[in-house]
Ligand binder design. Structure first.
Ligand code: NDP
Ligand code: MG
Length: 399
């Protein structure tokens, strides 16, 4: 049967690779709708011509006008405004693939789940910041991971029962600065941080891979998706990015999922889940000498994972603040307002302020931590915008 796909964030790294998978499996998938942020309208117009979606969503009227002009026709129907992607998530379809970057993906994620549609989730930020709001809205099997590590967990978890799992081993490439000391990180440039050794990805996730914030988000993502305690998830550095993650079982057996780095593999599996599509990506080659290496994470040089553990242990609005402060700090770093080490230093400071602010003391909206038991989408969004503003203010301060 043909699956109807709604793709949010179509012009990005994951979005374009998703369309590549769809184009090779036209007998299995049909693109019902596409959304984008509006900065690459020409690419979006090309996608519309190739995949003929019924609906397109863009956040601004200017972007919609530019698309209409590029297409020169009235079709497809264009939805406009900040909630346009959320509207597409509510369409009747088989699977929504959310590949928007950042906290903007939260409402589309919740809308997809509320509609009962399968959610193929690349936008880890929405799961991490929404926390229990997202997991409690998802029926068993409704939320399917696109992130390569979490796709690896889903595959390795097929090898045993939930109560037989002892721990998850989350692999990290270590990014472009693996092996460096704090001193050697002080003056690294934006271009150096953007040069990931194994993956070609969007700007935010590439910087997040260099600071290890991406691994912090993935730790929280794994905890929420597979209901495994944070202390039972170990991060290990594996520079080749071939072993995408592993599950250790109670008898001492470890099951790994391996493939050369290519996001089309987890994308294809998420779209067709629980089935596998033929020939999505090249398998491992055994014809030449190969070595896969593993090393412990240097938590002192890269504190982002332990900060994520702090945020995840507190839960409630803390992960939203971790993510928001990071997004603002990444902008500040890319605009040369702060140095590389200031990214995680800013996240630490904003997170600590949030956790220290008592809810009983009147303060700015979103400043005080709200626990899981009182969590609402309004509290998450308030914490998100407070975390962003606070990080922004800190990064504009003169040294
Ligand atoms: P990109 O920056 O390449 O793409 C982001 C996409 O989202 C673009 O299509 C962009 O549109 C669109 N977008 C941005 N803001 C909005 C908005 N407000 N409304 C609608 N669309 C919007 O990012 P990636 O593809 O790299 O990453 C997407 C998500 O997938 C992230 O959450 C990331 O963490 C996750 N992910 C990515 C991986 C990768 O290999 N790239 C691997 C694992 C997870 P426009 O082009 O107009 O800006
Ligand atoms: Mg990943």
């Amino acid at each position: 049967m043909v699956r109807e796909v709604v793709l949010l964030g179509a012009t990005g790294s994951i979005g374009t690779q998703t369309l590549d998978v769809v184009s090779r499996h036209r007998d299995r998938f049909r693109v019902k709708a596409l959304s984008a942020g509006g900065s690459r309208v020409d690419l979006l117009a090309e996608q519309v011509r190739e995949f003929s979606p019924e609906f397109v969503a863009l956040p601004t009227a200017a972007a919609a006008d530019a698309l209409r002009a590029a297409l020169g026709t009235d079709r497809p129907s264009i939805r406009v405004g900040p909630e346009a992607s959320t509207e597409l998530a509510g369409l009747d379809c088989d699977v929504v693939l959310n590949a928007i970057t950042g906290a903007a993906g939260l409402r589309p994620t919740l809308e997809t789940l509320a509609r009962g549609t399968t959610l193929a989730l690349a936008n880890k930020e929405s799961l991490v910041i929404g926390g229990r709001l997202v997991t409690s809205a998802a029926a068993p099997g409704q939320l399917v991971a696109v992130d390569s590590e979490h796709s690896a967990f889903a595959q390795a978890l097929r090898a045993g029962r939930a109560e037989e799992v002892r721990r998850l081993i989350l692999t990290a490439s270590g990014g472009p600065f693996r092996g460096r000391t704090v001193d050697q990180l002080r003056d690294v440039t934006v271009d150096q941080a953007l040069a990931h050794p194994n993956w070609s990805m969007g700007r935010v996730i590439t910087i997040n891979s260099s600071t290890l914030v991406n691994k912090g988000l993935e730790l929280l993502e794994a905890h929420l998706l597979y209901d495994v305690a944070l202390e039972d998830i170990t991060v290990v550095v594996h520079p080749q990015s071939v072993v995408h993650s592993m599950v250790e079982y109670v008898d001492g057996s470890t099951i790994a999922q391996c493939s050369p780095p290519d996001m089309r593999l987890p994308i294809g599996l998420a779209l067709a889940w629980p089935e596998r599509l033929p020939d999505v990506a090249a398998p491992c080659s055994w014809a030449e000498r190969t070595s896969w290496t593993f090393e412990p994470l240097d938590d002192e040089t890269f504190p982002a994972v332990s900060l994520a553990r702090t945020a995840g242990a507190a839960a409630g609005t803390a992960p939203a603040v971790y993510n928001a402060a990071n997004e603002a700090a990444v902008d500040a770093f890319c605009e040369h307002r702060i140095g590389f080490l200031d990214i995680t230093a800013t996240v630490r400071r904003v997170l600590e302020e949030h956790l220290a602010a008592g809810a009983d003391v009147p303060s700015e909206a979103g400043a005080a931590w709200v626990a899981d038991a009182q969590l609402s989408i309004e509290a998450v969004l308030a914490a998100d915008s407070w975390g962003r503003r606070r990080a922004e203010a800190l990064t504009r301060k003169d040294p």
